[in-house]
Design a protein around this ligand. Structure first.
Ligand code: SIN
Length: 186
C-alpha cells in the first residue's frame, strides 16, 4: 500500500517571503542532487540515526516487491552527517514528488562541517506511514536490497552509492557499513 504525502507536505511550512530555504539530505539526497541549488555544504543533525526501514515502491522497488531505503529514527546523542543544500522554495515542488512515498518535511537545526548553524528541512518517513517496513536483521535487509529493483534503478546502487558518499564525507555509520559488508558478501 502506498500513500502520497506530496500534497500534505505543501501545507507543512510557509515559504512566503523566503528567497531560499535550507534542505538537509541524509540518503539519496546526498548522492543524487537532481535539482538546482544555490549552495551545497556538508552538515550534520543531532539526535537521529539512519535506518533502512522505509519501503520503496516507487524508486528502488515495486508495489509487489518493495525495496528498502532510508529514513531517520530518533536516537538521542547520535550525530547524522549529510549534505545541506540551499534551494529556492520552488525546488520543494520537485522534492515533494520525489519523496512522496511516506516522507514528511520536518524542521531541524543543522551544524555545518566548517562551522555555523542554520535551520533546515529534512524528509523523514515516520513509522506510521503506509510504506514503513521497520526493523529486520542487517543480513535480511541486505538480502532484500540485493533482490530489489525499481524505476530509479537497482536498490543495491542506493546502498553502495550512499556508503561511498558517506566515506567521502568522513562519516561514521555502523548500520550502513554493516549492510554494505553483507551485500558485498552475498
Ligand atoms: C534523504 O535523502 O534525505 C531522504 C531519503 C532519500 O530520499 O533517500
Amino acid at each position: 500500500m502506498t500513500l502520497d504525502t506530496s500534497s500534505l507536505n505543501k501545507t507543512r511550512q510557509d515559504f512566503s517571503g523566503r528567497e531560499s530555504v535550507w534542505l538537509f539530505g541524509y540518503g539519496s539526497l546526498i548522492f543524487k542532487a537532481d535539482f538546482p541549488y544555490l549552495e551545497r555544504r556538508p552538515a550534520s543533525i543531532r539526535g537521529w540515526a539512519r535506518r533502512f526501514w522505509q519501503g520503496s515502491h516507487d524508486h528502488r522497488g515495486t508495489p509487489e516487491s518493495p525495496g528498502r531505503v532510508l529514513t531517520l529514527v530518533e536516537s538521542p546523542g547520535t550525530v547524522c552527517a549529510g549534505m545541506a543544500y540551499r534551494v529556492a522554495p520552488a525546488v520543494f515542488d520537485h522534492l515533494d514528488v520525489r519523496e512522496k512515498n511516506g516522507y514528511l518535511r520536518f524542521s531541524t537545526p543543522m551544524t555545518f562541517a566548517d562551522g555555523g548553524h542554520e535551520e533546515g528541512l529534512v524528509y523523514i518517513a515516520t513509522e506510521d506511514n503506509a510504506a514503513f517496513l521497520g526493523p529486520a536483521s542487517e543480513e535480511m535487509i541486505a538480502r532484500q536490497i540485493a533482490g530489489s529493483h525499481g524505476p530509479s534503478g537497482p536498490n543495491r546502487d542506493y546502498l553502495l552509492n550512499l556508503a561511498e558518499a558517506l566515506r567521502e564525507l568522513g562519516a561514521e555509520d555502523d548500520h550502513v557499513f554493516a549492510l554494505e559488508r553483507f551485500l558485498l558478501a552475498l
